[in-house]
Design a protein around this ligand. Sequence first.
Ligand SMILES: Cc1cc2nc3c(=O)[nH]c(=O)nc-3n(C[C@H](O)[C@H](O)[C@H](O)COP(=O)(O)OP(=O)(O)OC[C@H]3O[C@@H](n4cnc5c(N)ncnc54)[C@H](O)[C@@H]3O)c2cc1C
Length: 479
Amino acid sequence: MVVGEIAQEKEVVIIGGGPGGYTAAIRAAQLGKEVLLIEQKKLGGVCLNEGCIPSKTFVHAAKQASKLEHISTLGYQIENNRFDYSSFLTYKNQVVTQLGAGVASLCKANKIEIMYGRATFISENKIGIENGHHYEVVNFEQAIIATGAKVDSKKILPNYQLDRLQLFNLDRLPDQLILVGSDYIILEAAFAYSLLGTKVSIILQKNKEFEYDLDIVKEVKRQLKKNKISLYTEIEKLHFDEAENGVECSFINQKGEANKIYSNAFYMSESLTGNTESLGLDRIGIMVDEHQFIICDKQGRTNLNHIFAIGDVTGEPFYAVKSMKQGKVAAEMISGGINEVDLTWMPKVVHSIPPIASVGYTEEEAKIAGFSTKTGQYQLPGNGYALLTGNRDGFVKAVIDEQTNRLIGMHIIGEGAIELISTAIIGGEMVARDEDFIFPTYPHPSINEALLEAIEDTVGLSIHQVAKKKKRKEKMTIQ
Ligand SMILES: Cc1cc2nc3c(=O)[nH]c(=O)nc-3n(C[C@H](O)[C@H](O)[C@H](O)COP(=O)(O)OP(=O)(O)OC[C@H]3O[C@@H](n4cnc5c(N)ncnc54)[C@H](O)[C@@H]3O)c2cc1C
């Protein structure tokens, strides 16, 4: 092994070049810090290389299949609508490469030094970086750990069981796919694979359910049925056996009957553990919980004052968006600022087809939390722009606190949901009341108007639909 001759001196080292790590690096550099970013594989981490970006590129490709019928209604004659998966793979690789190069050039422009290799703490202010036969030692003043998370269980049948990093990165489309679980990855995979011709089955084990507002769950189930995706609920005694070129999945269904389904591949929602194994945290006494997630406060500070942790390595929720937020906050703290992470208005989004976006309390959660609520809904088929663009599926639902008229939750399923939810996020963060949403003018024609009408519906004043029940108009001040 070749050891660097003298230890380098750095103000800030950041371990892990995923969305959390590179965001922290850029923010710290913007605030005048001299930054070293250490990455053992590829810049962009799970998000860019296997997770968010590949999965959304895949969903985007599949979504086009759902548009073919509408496109031909518009007059386009599509003679050969065959999907060439290899062209898609080329496109996806281009997207990932281009975004990876973008991260590298942003780091360069911000004068961030990037070192490739595996980092391990030697002492509280010294880190070793190993890359093949090369070993470098760096003394640092402050550090941010952003090493992500990994799956904590072994596969049952490794030849056929996909993990979360493989699910959207297959060489060929499977004929059948079984998905066990209820999270957003399951729903995104289900709709996308199904639209591309794979026979998809979702299995929800006993007492498991999609975790959204009940009206959204109802619509999700309707959409699964419409897309011919089989949904098995309240399943017990789930078991996988190897079969010819695939697996046989056996279980007891809701009615107590024994069932068997065959599939080429399967994926089960995975529980994760902190990626801390090789960091040498024991050596410097950084505290982790029983799942190896680093314990830190709302600013990312660990039990060592000068070492912060951000992103998946700090535990749930596992979202790039959370990692990036934590990255900014930690970088601002080490640069002398004051900030903290508050995930109250962090949205839950699913790039399913149609997409889902949700923020704040569901109607049910609000009741449990002691709010007296009024809700409003607007169905997308009533929205002119949704109708003319062939996006009729879905609705917007608003949950308002009856005492204060504050928006406390918004739940959307349908085209535009993911962009539209930002209005509710900003409104929620600014403690907006119903009238704050109703007073402004919205672009027309656009799906934005569905949000306006959902809030108007909470007081029975939605224009483009007939109110289902009498609502309390007196709760809103009409100007
Ligand atoms: C299929 C899928 C879809 C997803 N979709 C979304 C989505 O739509 N929206 C969303 O917000 N999130 C999504 N996620 C989650 C998101 O990818 C993660 O939450 C995010 O990548 C976590 O970022 P991070 O920076 O904390 O860690 P990571 O992205 O895991 O990055 C950690 C980095 O640290 C490096 N590293 C680890 N140990 C060391 C070491 N000792 N030395 C040097 N480097 C090290 C790793 O190589 C890696 O590059 C998805 C995930 C998957 C799997």
